[in-house]
Structure formats: structure tokens, C-alpha cells
Design a protein around this ligand. Sequence first.
Ligand SMILES: Cc1cc2nc3c(=O)[nH]c(=O)nc-3n(C[C@H](O)[C@H](O)[C@H](O)COP(=O)(O)O)c2cc1C
Length: 216
Amino acid sequence: MTATTDLYDVIARRRDVRAEFTGAPVPDDVLHRVLDAAHRAPSVGMSQPWDFVVVRDPDTRRAFRDHVAHERDTFSASLPPERRSTFDRIKVEGICESSMGVVVTHSQGRGGQHVLGRHAIADAGLYSTVLAIQNLWLAATAEGLGLGWVSFYREPFLQELLGIPQDVRPVAWLCLGTVSHLEAVPDLERHGWRSRRPLADAIHADTWQHKETDHA
Ligand SMILES: Cc1cc2nc3c(=O)[nH]c(=O)nc-3n(C[C@H](O)[C@H](O)[C@H](O)COP(=O)(O)O)c2cc1C
């Protein structure tokens, strides 16, 4: 395989993992490579607004898992009965089963007042942090690890739990660790929740050109 096909292969194999974690430890050098890949992400004005909180403490993870379970119930209760029964079969986190949590934070204040390229689009800072997460996800996949993004939480809860300052946003709790395997098909597709759109529906030539599937 060439470096190019390797990259496409990793992109294709990357999966959001919930149920396949084994809990075995990840060697420090492997974790370092994965975090280094995240830290090499592009960022608006070189602001590098991300930080990584590596959470191994079982009590902290249990407390977060309980909070996520509550938020899962809140979402479930908002669904019509048919969607609820589909959702109830879907696992949405592997917080305690994974080898560790990596909480990725975003500091909008980093880089000062004059961040080059952010004057018109404040969200460009957040986009940068999300790119670090994608690098982290792909590097984890290349290392044979699994990663699952958890967003069923309230930001103030996670700030309090981890001592994150008020002006720093916890953008993601990433369950990271060794896995038995990666599924070939996304969980949400396998459970009939939602499927991937065809690429052709996402490509527009020159202008937006309304498509039937735009709002589906
Ligand atoms: C911003 C973001 C938040 C997500 N939050 C959750 C989550 O809370 N729980 C979960 O199980 N998956 C979560 N996911 C994973 C998506 O469900 C998953 O990426 C999608 O179904 C496609 O599957 P794949 O990543 O395996 O290709 C999240 C993904 C993103 C990008």
C-alpha cells in the first residue's frame, strides 16, 4: 500500500466505537503519537485553541457515565414512540469500558484579541479544535485503537467535574482505547436510526441548486 491508500483506508475504517472496547491499557508512546497528531491540526491564526484532559480515574468516569445516562433519558423522553424504541437499542457511550477518556477543550481566548482569520467568523476557532479531534480520531484508527465521541452532557457539569475554567469549553469526551474490532457499518445505520447520504446529494455545482434531500 502507498501512503495515499493507507490514508484512505484509515478514513474508511474509522468508526465511532461504543461496544467494542476491551479496556486493556494503551502504551504511553502510542497515546503520545495520537495526541501529537491531534496537536498538529491546522488552526485559525495558529491559535491552537485545544487542550486534552486524559481521564483514567474510575470514579470520575463513573460520575460522567451517570450524567450521560440521565441526558440519554432526557433525549429518549423527547422522542415519538417509534423513534424511542429504535433509540433504546442504541448504545451511546463506552465511558467506563474504554481504556481512558480524552476530553478535548476549546479556549476561544487563546491567541489574544487579534487572531488572524477569525475577525469575521468567530466559529473559526471552534472549527480548529474540531479538526484536532478529527486528527486524533484518524490517528487512533491508524494505531488500531477505537474512539467514540460522547456529546450527551451539559458543559457546566463536565467543567465542574474536571475543574475546567469557565471560559474554556469542553467540546468532546472521547472514549479511547483498545478494541476487539471495528464494525464495518456505522452503529446508527446498523440499528436503523439513520443512513449515510449518497455523495452525489452533497455535491453542488456552482450554486446551491435545491435537492429533494436537502432537509431530510
Ligand atoms: C459532534 C459529534 C457528536 C457525537 N456524539 C455522539 C454521542 O454522544 N454518542 C454516540 O454514540 N455517538 C456520537 N457521535 C458519533 C456519531 O453517531 C457517528 O459519527 C455517526 O453515526 C457516523 O458513524 P461513524 O462515525 O461510525 O462513521 C458523535 C459524532 C460527532 C461528530
